[in-house]
Design a protein around this ligand. Structure first.
Ligand SMILES: Cc1cc2nc3c(=O)[nH]c(=O)nc-3n(C[C@H](O)[C@H](O)[C@H](O)COP(=O)(O)OP(=O)(O)OC[C@H]3O[C@@H](n4cnc5c(N)ncnc54)[C@H](O)[C@@H]3O)c2cc1C
Length: 382
């Protein structure tokens, strides 16, 4: 069976794009990964290099500095990173932030931020979660109070992807604490030399070791009024909701690519590794396990590819995207656990890809909306 199935949505141009993405990743991301995992962040240079080569904001129109592609170009990048277990550079969160600008920003905000993000000069982060508010976003307490010609932001955020390297953070705040969803707005904070802004700990996680997931603190951070995303107060919740299919499909795409990467690495390993005088691949148990995994990848490919086609056509609904996130992340957890077993003790050692992928897979069921929230969303559409 082919180890990386042909995507139904790919074509000759996308194959060429994939080749250049792979070259960049192999030459410029892979060599720095071990050091990034030890340090807890990938550093700014690789972001700028990705920007220089045109790999960031691939689906943002050229008029705003992006590559002018669509979700398929983004998917290629996520897939090639995920199948190699490279999680340090969250270009997915970066692109999600770019989409908030593109879909909800004022013209001035789009012009100002998108080109800098596409060049990798500004890394993007989105700060929703707080110590006291995760799934229940209406419980956010970070306050943006209107004062004169600006806003004063006070509060704290946690678990923020790209938080340490971020140059621009979209901060979900209450502009009117008396109201629920309608009292929520998104403020744009530039972190450089920003008085009152502080990055707390880069959090010590069980996986995603190269990813700078951080705490952020806002102590009376002053921003001009035109840093309100979209320019109208009370839109934050609706802005967050409208981009959910995009965010959730990314998790489905990366889940399946990680399964493919782990499968390929395992197949190579069991063909080499000897036990009882023959390759581990020769045991019937190994063959059956791999047959099961290959079947799940094959079935998943059909569903995820269909979702990719739907999002490109503007037809992917939130419930289907939530299924992609739910199914993808649950299957990823099970499949990588099964594959790891075939490595014996080596599967437990962080120096091996499958061990890192096992640890990295766990959070896919938690972030981007937990899988319990996915089931809620899906059940509402039944
Ligand atoms: C590595 C990592 C990166 C992240 N990146 C970001 C980021 O970039 N930006 C950001 O804002 N956040 C980020 N998060 C936060 C993430 O989105 C939240 O952790 C997640 O939404 C869950 O919130 P919580 O941790 O507060 O859990 P809680 O909401 O406290 O949930 C605890 C448990 O209760 C369950 N639960 C909650 N509500 C319901 C319900 N209605 N029905 C059934 N069960 C329910 C949950 O499913 C979960 O099992 C990240 C988290 C991690 C771990």
């Amino acid at each position: 069976m082919p180890l990386q199935l042909k995507r139904s949505w790919s074509d000759a141009d996308l194959d060429t794009w994939r080749d250049s993405v792979v070259r960049f990743i192999e030459d410029e991301v892979v060599p720095g990964d071990e050091a990034a995992r030890k340090r807890g962040d990938v550093g700014h240079a690789v972001w700028r290099r990705a920007g220089e080569l045109g790999f960031l904001c691939a689906d943002i129109p050229e008029a705003y500095g992006g590559a002018g592609g669509d979700f398929r170009h983004e998917a290629v990048f996520y897939e090639e990173m995920a199948r190699r277990g490279l999680t340090g550079m969250s270009t997915s969160v970066h692109s999600i932030v770019a989409h908030y600008f593109l879909n909800h920003g004022t013209e001035a905000q789009k012009k100002k931020y998108l080109s800098m993000m596409a060049r990798g000069e500004l890394v993007g982060a989105i700060a929703m979660t707080e110590p006291g508010a995760g799934s229940d976003l209406q419980a956010v307490r970070t306050r943006a109070e209107r004062q004169g010609d600006g806003y004063v932001i006070s509060g704290s955020k946690t678990f923020i992807t790209n938080g340490f390297l971020a140059g621009v953070v979209l901060v979900v705040c209450k502009t009117d604490p008396a109201q629920g969803a309608r009292g929520t707005s998104i403020l744009i904070v530039e972190t450089r030399d920003c008085a009152g802004f502080r990055v707390g700990r880069v959090l010590d996680k069980i996986g995603l070791k190269a990813q700078d997931t951080s705490e952020l603190f806002f102590d009376e951070v002053r921003v001009p009024a035109d840093q309100l995303l979209g320019g109208t107060e009370g839109q934050g919740f609706f802005q967050l909701m409208s981009d959910l299919p995009y965010e959730r499909l990314i998790i489905g795409v990366t889940a399946l690519a990680a399964m493919e990467g782990a499968y390929q690495a395992t197949l190579d390993y069991v063909r080499e590794r000897q036990a009882f005088g023959r390759p581990v691949a020769d045991f019937q148990n190994t063959k059956f396990r791999l047959a099961d995994v290959a079947t799940q990848i094959m079935v998943g490919r059909a569903f995820i590819d269909r979702c990719v086609e739907q999002i490109v056509a503007g037809e992917l609904d939130t419930a289907t995207a939530s299924m992609a996130k739910l199914w993808g992340s649950e299957t990823q957890g099970r499949v990588i656990d099964e594959l790891l077993q075939l490595w014996g003790g080596y599967g437990f050692m962080s120096e091996f890809l499958v061990a890192r992928m096992y640890a990295d897979a766990r959070v896919q069921r938690i972030y981007g909306g937990t899988n319990e929230i996915m089931r809620e969303v899906i059940s509402r559409a039944l």
